[in-house]
Design a protein. Structure first.
Length: 261
């Protein structure tokens, strides 16, 4: 929204309660990259401030924060996430918790009932945790896996997840699930907005975030899907082709994900 507003000649003020934007998904360092990107492009970004009130006055809409900030604007966009509507599922006796709970085959707790997309909280076999994802790539692929299983298949939905966004003229992409990561390895230049950042947990590649490196995402996704544990020095080395890292994986780990694609 901020990027589009700037492109339309509007100066947006962004108020974020976390220390940096996207901190929950990307961590502090890459979140700082996003903050710098916004500020460098004319966004007035306030972090560490939670909105405490919004009211309409004769001068415009006034937003106040718990940190004492007061901003008056022509319009306010509230972008604080979405809550899955699970009323029908709950009333039907289907298990819900942050969405409709589904197993790796997209099955709910009731025989013959499946769920996919934003509303599904999926036991992801790759990350071994419940994951509810609000992106259309997941909604498409998970729905396909569910449909195949409804038709008698036995598809395990284990897509690593992927989304992209164009902001301030930069192409940003993210794949995987960085939850629990303990090491960040950067290939390229963050200062020049031309990099891929790898998130590893216990040496295993879990997620990647790219700026202007969409071409690397295919290999990163495959490495994540195969639970590869690449040498961090080689991940950081521009001279090492990421496809080579994929080819070097041991045979046993090369079972292609069933994905539901
Ligand atoms: C403003 C916005 C921007 C977005 N931008 C992106 C983006 O850039 N990239 C990206 O990957 N994703 C984006 N998304 C997310 C993406 O749109 C969703 O992930 C995707 O639409 C999810 O698909 P779905 O089929 O699970 O749910 P939905 O598309 O929400 O479809 C669910 C449908 O079920 C219907 N429904 C609900 N309850 C009932 C009922 N009881 N009976 C019958 N029908 C019912 C609803 O009316 C709705 O039509 C964006 C979402 C929003 C809101």
């Amino acid at each position: 929204m901020a990027s589009t507003a700037v492109a339309r000649g509007v100066t947006p003020v962004v108020i974020e309660q976390a220390a940096v934007p996207l901190e929950r998904v990307l961590g502090a360092e890459m979140g700082q990259f996003c903050a710098d990107l916004q500020r460098a492009n004319g966004v007035e970004l306030h972090t560490g401030q939670a909105v405490s009130s919004v009211r309409t006055t004769a001068d415009g809409v006034v937003v106040r924060t718990d940190g004492g900030l007061e901003v008056t604007g022509d319009a306010v966009v509230i972008a604080v996430g979405a809550q899955p509507n699970t009323d029908v599922a709950r009333a039907s006796g289907i298990s819900v918790s942050n969405g409709v709970l589904v197993d790796e085959h997209c099955r709910t707790s009731i025989e013959g009932v499946y769920a996919a997309g934003d509303v599904a909280n999926h036991r992801h076999p790759l990350y071994d945790r419940w994951l509810r994802v609000e992106h259309f790539d997941n909604a498409n692929k998970q729905a396909m896996a569910a449909a195949k299983n409804i038709l008698g298949g036995a598809v395990v939905y284990d897509d690593p997840h992927w989304f992209w966004s164009d902001q301030f003229g930069l192409n940003l992409q993210h794949c995987g699930d960085a939850h629990g990561w303990d090491r960040l390895v950067v290939r390229g230049s963050v200062a020049e907005s031309d990099f891929i950042a790898f998130y590893l947990a216990g040496g295993v590649l879990r997620a990647a975030f790219t700026a202007e490196r969409g071409g690397d995402v295919y290999a990163a996704k495959e490495l994540i899907a195969r639970q590869a544990a690449p040498d961090p020095r080689r991940l950081a080395d521009e001279d090492v082709d990421l496809m080579d890292l994929m080819d070097e994986l041991p045979e046993a780990a090369e079972a292609a994900p069933s994905g539901g694609n």
